[in-house]
Design a binder for this molecule. Structure first.
Ligand code: UD1
Ligand code: CA
Length: 457
């Protein structure tokens, strides 16, 4: 068996993205919580490349956190995909494995496809191209094969004649190269074409002219969908969600209505999770065994343990941890808070910066007042505590284990374990007051109506 060749990756991302009509560089637009570039780098990362070079335009080069841990090459002018790869050359010095070239604006590319491309490169084959047969070949470059169905050259749509435009096998854009022979191929490029650009695709004809083989790896055209407009972003987003839903279903998650369930690439699931319609799951969510997420809930950065019920209409924000068997009901927001095992926050509450003990019961309308306009403070509620409805817990504050708080209280001082605290004003009662009030007022109303009638109304 041949030695596995090392891989390096070049990600082309110098496109301006004018048609996004945005102040944000195109590849930094987000798809399901992650940037387009982040999606591509994640796929590339699965190849465990020795080096990854991201080619950007000069105005992007200084962006902090653009591609952490990867080399950045700058392409001063947008002179074509071939020119862009040349700009990465300095970072590939001394590397003699396989170079995989991908685009930063095609977030649906998979590691499997890139690995298949890379796997084609050997002593005989210097170039490999991702080929596809989309329903509408549109303006994609066309793959021209010879009589022995070997790839001969790629012709860009702008340069193609009628017969070439009629070809259905298209260039998806991703390519792999033998690093040792890539510099010679890049040197062979010129810009004598319809767009006045250095086409990376011309490396195929250059390789064939040298007697080097070129391979085609055919795959799903969806992987090559690029983002140039907001409409493209939405389309790619739909395909991405489709993949996540299919994977969740295959992993044993019940999605009652997959089309209205929005997932993230990093969502993790235990066994027998159920997600009802109209749920949005943002980044960083883990759902434990038998977790049940009811309709219209929005979750991000939250850990939901086994047998927990969330929603309907619940919001879990970053740092929410619902321990086994807990229940968070309708119109409840939880942020940076631990809700203990078996604890219940069933209705209309805000639980922020808090620790709710196991089996505690938090009454309807309870609010943790965690912010004084300057700093945030923590609320701690003990195990088996009972907080009456419409309670304000003014943090920092602690309610002890098994303590009770009377409904409508504003609790700003610690409550001891097993105590009962209440700040409600004493109730007063006036016997017959309501009946008398009704009598007086109905008389008054009748007198006014009569007066209005005599005044010619
Ligand atoms: C390219 C292919 C075409 C293929 C299509 C698939 C070439 C010459 N053509 O065409 O055969 O069918 O992709 O989508 O390669 N970029 C730079 N610097 C540049 C030019 C481009 O970084 O100077 C980047 C872009 O940001 C983009 C990628 O390279 O991410 C592809 O560029 P794009 O203009 O979209 O190429 P196409 O004309 O679509
Ligand atoms: Ca393109």
């Amino acid at each position: 068996m041949a030695d596995r060749r090392a891989t390096a990756c070049v990600v082309l991302a110098a496109g301006k993205g004018t048609r996004m009509v945005s102040d944000t560089p195109k590849v930094l637009h987000r798809l399901a919580g992650q940037t387009l570039l982040g999606h591509v780098l994640a796929a590339v990362g699965e190849l465990v490349p020795q080096r990854t070079v991201v080619v950007v335009s000069p105005d992007m080069a200084e962006l902090p956190g653009l591609a952490p841990g990867h080399a950045i090459a700058v392409q001063p002018d947008r002179r074509g995909t071939g020119d862009a790869v040349r700009r990465a050359a300095a970072h590939l010095e001394g590397f003699d494995g396989t170079v995989v070239v991908v685009f930063g604006d095609t977030p649906l590319v998979t590691a499997g496809t890139l690995a298949r491309l890379a796997g084609c490169i050997d002593a005989d084959t210097a170039v490999a191209v991702f080929g596809m047969r989309p329903d509408d070949p549109g303006r994609y470059g066309r793959l021209v094969v010879d009589t022995a169905s070997r790839l001969e050259r790629i012709v860009e749509f702008a340069d193609a004649g009628e017969a070439e435009r009629a070809l259905t096998l298209c260039n998806g854009g991703f390519m792999a190269f033998d690093a040792a022979r890539l510099p010679e191929l890049l040197d062979a490029l010129d810009d004598g074409n319809a767009q006045g650009e250095f086409y990376l695709t011309d490396t195929v004809a250059a390789a064939r002219a040298r007697g080097w083989g070129c391979a085609v790896v055919e795959g799903d055209a969806v992987e090559a969908l690029g983002v140039n407009t907001r409409a493209d972003l939405a389309l790619v987003g739909r395909h991405h969600q489709e993949r996540l839903r299919t994977a969740a279903l295959a992993a044993g998650v019940t999605l009652v209505d997959p089309a209205t369930t929005y997932l993230s690439a990093d969502t993790t699931y235990g066994r027998d999770v159920v997600i009802e319609p109209m749920v949005v799951i943002g980044p960083g969510v883990a759902l434990g065994d038998r977790a049940h997420v009811l309709s219209f809930s929005h979750l991000e950065g939250a850990a939901v343990d086994a047998d927990v019920s969330v929603g309907p209409f619940a919001r879990l924000r970053p740092g929410a941890h619902l321990a086994a068997g807990a229940k968070v009901g309708n119109f409840v927001e939880v942020k940076n808070a631990e809700v203990g095992a078996g604890a219940k926050v069933s209705h209309l509450s805000y639980i922020g910066d808090a620790d709710i003990g196991a089996r505690a019961n938090i009454g309807a309308g309870t609010i943790t007042c965690n912010y004084d306009g300057f700093l945030k403070y923590r609320t701690v509620v003990g195990e088996d505590a009972f907080i009456g409805s419409n309670t304000a817990l003014v943090a920092p504050v602690t309610v002890g284990d098994r303590a009770m708080v009377g409904a409508g209280s504003t609790i700003a001082r610690p409550v001891a374990a097993d105590a009962m605290a209440m700040t409600r004003a004493p109730q007063t009662e006036r016997e017959g007051w309501a009946a008398k009030f009704r009598r007086v007022m109905s008389g008054e109303k009748a007198r006014r109506a009569a007066r209005k009638a005599t005044n010619g109304g």
